[in-house]
Design a protein around this ligand. Structure first.
Ligand SMILES: Cc1cc2nc3c(=O)[nH]c(=O)nc-3n(C[C@H](O)[C@H](O)[C@H](O)COP(=O)(O)OP(=O)(O)OC[C@H]3O[C@@H](n4cnc5c(N)ncnc54)[C@H](O)[C@@H]3O)c2cc1C
Length: 450
């Protein structure tokens, strides 16, 4: 029986542990932090994530979908807050689909609890992977007391996140390609607490966005009535985290840009200085495996900026794709990791690019009337011709189309919509049959080139 090592007991590591245990393997999970279920980390600040169809598919394969749905709040629409505090709405899906706000800590906790139901999974906390001996197939650890240790593996899944130690070792392997790029914007989490009766202060079926061109704030609801807000903002410059050095400056900035949020955030200035400023980066690398022994998954393989809400979903989809390949191979391991990497790494690169593009869309274009009109036209066309058009956002969020194919579809759609929007009468005709016919014509033209 093969010994499976997993580095990282985060979201992807815990899910992959369940997937491998279900296949009957002996699975050891090594995590550098203490057990988050005992360390009180879940009781701290709520940090939430948007979970969508790709993530749910993997959770369903692992048999935990229902448990996660119980802690997930559906968000059907974007709710945009303009400078005056006026609200406008934009549905996420064409058929009332939702993305789901879940607490990162609780999600991780449920996955770990589920994993521990399997007698063939063991968790080992406070074990920091420092290196991997690829030739002898051993993981090198530093324990909490500073002692060093080696543990043998037959197959190793590196799920140790964006700053992966296993990936650092792979960077020394010939023909491993690596690219890392920081955004000049960072982020800070803030909180909108619940009303005294535990209800939400804003609509809780929306993802709230304050789009402001060069920067934005978003808020996702939590089960306890609070919202976690995230301010995405330049790190340096005239208007930046670096320039907001006093409580007065923070409050004046919020008065100017997010005035309607101030009454909702009584601890704003305190939170602003108490909470750390996070950095955002993109990692693209390939191949994702060494020989047929070590495989990168999740952020270790593809760290992406959070603007498509797909980082975790993409990591969970890695587990699905591995499972499907394993089934195709009828449990035969030869070339499995090589095939996984060959088949899937381009999707990691594609979601990285899509996520960067979506930052512009969220912070800038969601406030642009022409952009909103495009969305309305696309949605109408999709409803009339469901087999012919699925808007890019839906393709990424509500379908299982490989990300790489979604990029190609999105390019084609953009070209068509750019042309449709050149019609000077489009604001009057957008809803008319003539516009739908024009899209059909352009679509056929595109297909004849394909
Ligand atoms: C602000 C923000 C918002 C986001 N929002 C969303 C969203 O809405 N939707 C979405 O899908 N994704 C979102 N993401 C992305 C998502 O958080 C990640 O894609 C996801 O957490 C990746 O899971 P992972 O298991 O690969 O890595 P991680 O969650 O980072 O887990 C890695 C684990 O490995 C452990 N580890 C690290 N190094 C070592 C080592 N040397 N030895 C042993 N253990 C180690 C870590 O302690 C950790 O437990 C967001 C990210 C950010 C920053």
């Amino acid at each position: 029986m093969k010994k499976i090592g997993i580095v990282g007991a985060g979201l992807v590591g815990s899910l992959q542990a369940i997937m491998m245990a279900k296949k009957g393997y002996e699975v050891q999970v090594f995590e550098r932090r203490p057990d988050l279920r005992k360390a009180g980390e879940i009781g701290g600040r709520s940090i939430n994530l948007a979970l969508s169809d790709r993530g749910f598919k993997a959770l369903s394969l692992a048999g935990v979908e229902q448990k996660i749905r119980e802690i997930a709040l559906p968000m059907y629409r974007r709710c945009m807050h303009d400078l005056e505090g006026n609200l406008s709405y934009q549905p996420y899906g064409v058929n009332n689909e939702a993305i789901y706000s879940v607490s990162r800590g609780r999600l991780n906790q449920i996955l770990m609890n589920e994993a521990e139901h399997y007698p063939n999974i063991s968790y080992h906390f406070n074990k920091t992977t420092t290196d991997v001996d690829l030739r002898n197939k051993e993981i090198l650890f530093k324990n909490e007391d500073g002692s060093r240790e080696r543990v043998a593996y037959d197959k190793l899944f590196a799920c140790d996140g964006a700053y992966s130690a296993v990936r650092s070792r792979m960077q020394k392997v010939p023909q491993f390609n690596y690219n890392q790029q920081y955004l000049t914007h960072g982020y800070k989490e803030l909180e909108i607490p619940a009303n005294p009766d535990g209800t939400h202060q804003m609509a809780n079926d929306c993802l709230h966005i304050w789009p402001r061109g060069e920067f934005m704030m978003i808020a996702l609801p939590n089960l306890d009535g609070s919202f976690t807000c995230t301010l995405f903002f330049p790190l340096e410059g005239e208007m930046s985290f670096a320039s907001l050095t006093t409580e007065e400056k923070v409050m004046a900035f919020f008065e100017r840009t997010f005035a309607d949020s101030i009454p909702l955030m009584p601890e704003l200035a305190k939170d602003f200085f108490d909470n750390p400023t996070g950095h955002l980066m993109t990692v693209k690398c390939s191949p994702w495996q060494v020989e047929d022994d070590v495989l990168l998954m999740g952020d270790a393989a593809h760290a992406v900026v959070p603007f498509y809400g797909q980082g975790m979903n993409a990591g969970f989809e890695d587990c699905t794709v591995f499972h499907e390949l394993y089934e195709e191979n009828k449990g035969e391991w030869t070339n499995l990791m090589v095939d996984f990497s060959d088949r899937h790494y381009k999707n990691g690169h594609a979601i990285a690019d899509l996520a960067l593009d979506n930052y512009i869309e969220m912070r800038d274009k969601t406030a642009d009337p022409d952009f909103l009109l495009r969305k309305k036209i696309e949605n109408k066309f999709t409803r009339l011709h469901p087999g012919k058009w699925l808007p890019l956002y839906s393709c990424v969020t509500f379908s299982h189309t490989p990300y790489n194919e979604a990029v190609t579809i999105g390019r084609k759609q953009k070209k068509i919509m750019d042309e449709v929007m050149t019609n000077p009468q489009i604001h009057d005709l957008w809803d008319e049959e003539v516009t739908m016919q024009e899209i059909l014509r352009l679509l056929e033209k595109e297909q004849s080139y394909a």
